[in-house]
Design a binder for this molecule. Structure first.
Ligand SMILES: Nc1ncnc2c1ncn2[C@@H]1O[C@H](COP(=O)(O)OP(=O)(O)O)[C@@H](O)[C@H]1O
Ligand SMILES: [Mg+2]
Length: 227
């Protein structure tokens, strides 16, 4: 059995000094697709922020993509983040530059410098998400669903072990949500671990997978009814 990509023992997730979720025990293995569900304010985003170093792990033990979260130093956060890809609800593309330059910006910021290599990589990830023909479009010239595809491409740039997606379909209509979901599923089938927060239960029913629920300060696995 392979090593878990994420392992949490007796972890509390904090916002300031408030414990948002307590006593999380969880292992996620390579190739899994995990949903984190729960109503607004239940702690889904806080949980994910704790994984990518936006919130400190102040209580409990955790390792994520080989980093010890409890002892994670500020200076190591960028290296942790290179091993994961993050997708947000609001896409977060830079509005002042085209798709190509959005991706180029991230490559340069994460240590790439060889022009040809960067060009090959940008074309490769855009191809993966079906957005090759939008390479010179500005974000405002493409639809929300297309922007989210580009955001997924951006998350793939450094060939991450894990993709964290925080309500990636939250701003999309149902049909577009399904398309983005199909893309994430395909990426998962190609071997990437995905942890995705959502409160879209319809989507969950369409694409069933292991599901953890955030509720009343706890995080626990739920068994999905498929009817
Ligand atoms: N930046 C913040 N500072 C303080 N409290 C916050 C912050 N962000 C979220 N919270 C609080 O943490 C709790 C969990 O929020 P959040 O993790 O955003 O939940 P969800 O993503 O499930 O909607 C809520 O009570 C929220 O008010
Ligand atoms: Mg949230």
């Amino acid at each position: 059995m392979s090593q878990p990509v994420l392992s949490l023992k007796n972890v509390n997730v904090y916002q300031d000094n408030n414990a948002v979720i307590t006593d999380i025990n969880l292992e996620v293995f390579p190739g899994e697709f995990i949903y984190i569900i729960g109503k607004t304010g239940s702690g889904k985003s806080s949980f994910m922020k704790t994984l990518y170093g936006d919130l400190k792990l102040k209580q409990g033990e955790g390792t994520f993509v080989d980093y010890d979260l409890a002892t994670l130093k500020e200076r190591n956060i960028p290296y942790l983040r290179r091993k994961i890809g993050i997708v947000f609800q609001d896409f977060k593309l830079l509005p002042d530059r085209n798709v190509y330059d959005n991706l180029l910006f991230v490559l340069k910021a994460t240590g790439w410098s060889e022009k040809r290599e960067m060009d090959v990589k940008i074309n490769e990830v855009l191809d993966k998400v079906g957005m090759k023909n939008a390479v010179y479009k500005m974000p405002h010239q493409i639809s929300g669903g297309e922007q989210q595809r580009v955001a997924v491409a951006r998350a793939l740039l450094n060939d991450p072990e894990v993709i964290i997606a925080d309500e990636p379909t939250g701003n999309l209509d149902p049909q577009t949500s399904v398309e983005v979901m199909q893309l994430l599923k395909e990426i998962n089938q190609n071997g990437k671990t995905i942890i995705m927060a959502t409160h879209d239960y319809a989507l969950l029913m369409k694409f069933p997978s292991k599901t953890l629920k955030c509720d009343s300060g706890t995080l626990f696995e739920v068994v999905q009814r498929t009817v």
